[in-house]
Design a protein around this ligand. Structure first.
Ligand SMILES: *Cc1c(COP(=O)(O)O)cnc(C)c1O
Length: 456
């Protein structure tokens, strides 16, 4: 292992724009580390119209809690958890061995959002939060609940006919590659809203079918995710009773995701996983538009300061967050770099990042790495074989992270700069698996067949 360097502030080796840009344009997997990451996160951070802080993270969590009894009533699958929508952390030693990560690398854990109930993906966090926030605002305005009223059970009124009649006058709309639509559509329809999901052409047929089965109107668009969002935004603007969940701009989504950090802190403590200077925590998050991983990173950095290191994972053809971070200003798309935005990771098939998420991440993010689609299928199959976990291709993007960090020049440089090279045996690597629960068996078998063909 290399020694920690004495200088903490040498220029990062990863900022070799020519070679980095060449690898980016050639769709070769790469790791970029953020030269602007600060050790101690600012207490408040500009996020579009306003500033955000840890208080916003706790208030998102409080909102989920207020709604929990109602959610338990609306969704039988939440009865056991009394309306809490959360996922497990699990040690995956066989997966770790199979990935070639020995004890000197630390320990590999999975954060299993692939099993999140109701939505079947990480979108259960942000998407459901925004629908709940909108419903709460309407209900307050119409006197169905009162501010500060948060005794268990108070919000059950929002499942009663008066509230449903109110919600039924409103449309909740969203543009999505699939999973955000599943989360918004299912929650909005369950509360009695008219739900409309604008889907891009890369959205999977089964996701459209699942939504239509639940009474959600699906509008199909020939273009990509960005065009689906733009079309939905335009339609909603013309309707005073339409509320558009804007994945590219929404603070409510980002904060809904951020609440995951509070629960995760308790889970890590319960599992006796230490996070401090001697025990770094590395988190690997699949990234589409950036709202989900940015929200979680914001929450984690507020709680763990310099000791948590968050890396985003993007498909080699859709590294929109990476090109945004490299550009610093403006809002470039992956097409500008000659890339296609074509990937089987439908949850990550986004050509242009959220500027809101990128601004929040500028001082907080550790880096971004890219993954070839082949690797997604191989790791998806590997996770089934070694641990029996079933995930979708997008959710496999994080598994290449630990080796990217430990074995590339950019990664070694990052570890050296942060004095972590000698600490890896005590490190924890948390790979966030972001979707999979509702993938139909035939679809999943197709993923395994792809992996088998690659291996054969
Ligand atoms: C949406 C999604 C992500 C990434 O979330 P963004 O907010 O788009 O960055 C990751 N994995 C899956 C399965 C998703 O559906």
């Amino acid at each position: 292992m290399n020694q920690p360097t004495s200088s903490q502030h040498q220029p990062p080796a990863a900022s070799q724009p020519a070679s980095l840009r060449a690898a980016l344009g050639a769709a070769t997997p790469l790791l970029w580390c953020n030269p602007h990451r600060v050790e101690t996160p600012p207490e408040t951070q500009a996020a579009g119209q306003r500033s955000i802080s840890l208080a916003d993270v706790t208030s998102a969590q409080a909102r989920f809690r207020r709604f929990a009894p109602l959610l338990a009533r609306l969704f039988p699958e939440l009865a056991a958890t009394h309306g809490v929508i959360e996922s497990e952390i699990v040690a995956v030693p066989a997966m770790q061995r199979s990935l070639g990560l020995d004890a000197a690398h630390g320990r590999l854990l999975v954060k299993g959002d692939h099993g999140l109930p109701v939505a079947g993906s990480i979108k259960a966090r942000g998407g459901i939060h925004e629908v709940l926030e909108f419903a709460e605002r309407l209900a307050l305005r119409h006197g169905l609940i009162r501010a500060g009223q948060d005794q268990p059970g108070d919000y059950l009124a929002l499942g009663e006919p008066a509230a449903r009649a109110l919600f039924g006058r409103y449309q909740v709309a969203v543009g999505s590659t699939g999973n955000l639509g599943l989360s918004i559509g299912v929650m909005a329809a369950a509360l009695g809203f008219r739900a409309v999901v604008h889907m891009s052409s890369d959205a999977k047929a089964w996701k459209k079918a699942r939504l239509r089965d639940r009474g959600v109107e699906v509008v199909e668009h020939a273009g990509d995710y960005e065009q689906a969002v733009a079309a939905g935004r335009r339609q909603a603007e013309q309707d005073a009773f339409a509320y558009f969940v804007d994945d590219e701009r929404s603070l409510s989504l980002l904060l809904g995701y951020s609440a995951a950090a509070l629960h995760l802190r308790d889970q890590l403590a319960a599992a006796a996983v230490r996070v401090d200077a001697a025990h770094p925590l590395f988190v690997y998050l699949p990234c589409g538009v950036g709202g989900a991983p940015a929200g979680i990173t914001f929450g984690m950095r507020q709680l763990f300061g310099p000791h948590v290191h968050c890396f985003f994972a993007e498909p080699v053809q859709s590294p929109c967050f990476l090109v945004q971070m490299l550009a610093g200003a403006g809002n470039p798309s992956v097409y500008d770099f000659g890339l296609t935005n074509r990937t089987e990771a439908d949850g990550l098939a986004v050509p242009r990042a959220s500027e809101l998420a990128a601004a929040v991440m500028a001082p907080l993010l550790s880096g971004v790495f890219t993954v070839a689609d082949e690797t997604l299928f191989v790791d998806l199959a590997r996770l089934l074989r070694t641990e029996g976990l079933r995930i979708e291709p997008s959710a496999a993007a994080g598994f290449g992270g630990p080796r990217m960090l430990c074995e590339t020049d950019a990664g070694r440089d990052y570890l050296a700069r942060h004095g972590l090279a000698g600490r890896m045996a005590q490190a924890t690597h948390l790979v966030w698996t972001t979707g999979g629960l509702f993938v139909p068996p035939a679809e999943y078998d197709g993923f395994l067949a792809r992996a088998a063909a690659l291996a054969g």
